[in-house]
Design a protein around this ligand. Structure first.
Ligand code: NAP
Length: 292
């Protein structure tokens, strides 16, 4: 199970001989000396789309805190993505950032070739374990006003992209891992101006059940996390920057405030742990009790 062992520290310790092993370290007391050996374990790897900012960044860091290596993708913000990679490396995990536009499904084969070479060269492994379909945009328009171009853009980014990115990613995924699709509270309740956006998220929720059914044979769990309104750049940062909107959402939320990225990352990270091994095909809403 362990690839290599190395001694991190040796110092005097007045106790009788003992050996204790935790997840990634071994503590040995011998001849009044404590030796701490750090052991390289079979580390799991997650692929988080849209990990350069907002919720994806928070998810990637929370996943790394669980001892999982992370590949993030960015669309346009390479510098932000590189900072996230540095932050994850600072936590002691391996990390890399790859460019991906989820609206361009014709690039997915080439993208996975890049994933494979990154896994081989940087992560010293050949497959990843968790896929987090997070990347996305919002377009605010009424049902009556929504154009075909807006509809197509949302379809490509929010539904077609995750559909085929997951399908093509299965060849590079280990059995026994997991997929987390990101939906929204707006798929449960309705706010004017989100007909197309929320419909795509509704579609991803239905898809999740079908994926869980078919991928169960490979012991891959598939779940949905549905955040409420969160303070990020999403939708032009309206939840964070528009005081009136912020207060309106807080007033319809049982816990009395809007969400923060920290409210979400840990939920997704939990789904990537062994403690979540029996959670499958579920929709977990993290909205502080919005629109109850
Ligand atoms: N914030 C909310 O209130 C809220 C609530 C419910 C659900 N969600 C969902 O949560 C997810 C993340 O939202 P967020 O709030 O973190 O938004 P955000 O702060 O605007 O970040 C969006 C992320 O997605 C990436 N991205 C955007 N378009 C992309 C494309 N075409 N291809 C690949 N990557 C793309 C961005 O990459 P670059 O940085 O390179 O541009 C960025 O990393 C979305 O799916 C959204 O629908 C958000």
């Amino acid at each position: 199970m362990f690839k290599n062992n190395h001694i991190v520290k040796v110092f005097d310790f007045a106790q009788t001989d003992r050996k204790t092993t935790t997840n990634n370290s071994q503590f040995i007391i011998h001849n009044s000396q404590l030796t701490i050996k750090k052991m390289a374990v079979n580390t799991k790897t997650a692929l988080v789309t849209g990990g350069s900012r907002g919720l994806g960044k928070n998810m990637a860091i929370a996943i790394a805190k669980k001892g999982i290596d992370v590949i993030i993708t960015y669309n346009s913000k390479k510098e932000e993505a590189d900072l996230v990679v540095k932050e994850i490396e600072g936590l002691g995990q391996k990390a890399a950032a790859l460019q991906l536009n989820v609206a361009e499904s014709n690039t997915f084969d080439a993208f996975y070739k890049e994933v494979e070479s990154t896994l081989k060269n940087t992560f010293k492994t050949d497959k990843f374990d968790f896929l987090i379909n997070n990347a996305g945009i919002g377009i605010h328009n009424s049902f009556i006003g929504t154009t075909e171009a807006e509809f197509d853009q949302l379809t490509n980014i929010q539904f077609k992209g995750p559909f085929f990115l997951t399908q093509k990613g299965l060849n590079v995924m280990n059995d026994g891992g997991g997929i987390v699709n990101i939906s929204t509270g707006l798929a449960r309740f309705s706010f004017p101006g989100y007909a197309a956006y929320a419909s795509m998220k509704g579609a991803i929720e239905t898809l999740t059940k079908y994926q869980a059914k078919e991928l169960g044979a490979r012991k891959i769990r598939v779940n949905v996390v549905a955040p409420g309104a969160i303070e990020t750049d999403f939708g032009g940062g309206v939840v964070r920057d528009n005081e009136q909107m912020n207060q309106q959402i807080a007033s319809v939320t049982a816990l009395g405030r809007v969400g923060l990225p920290d409210d979400i990352g840990g939920v997704v990270a939990f789904l990537c742990t062994e403690d979540a091994r029996w959670i499958n095909a579920q929709r977990i809403e993290a909205s502080g009790g919005m629109m109850l």
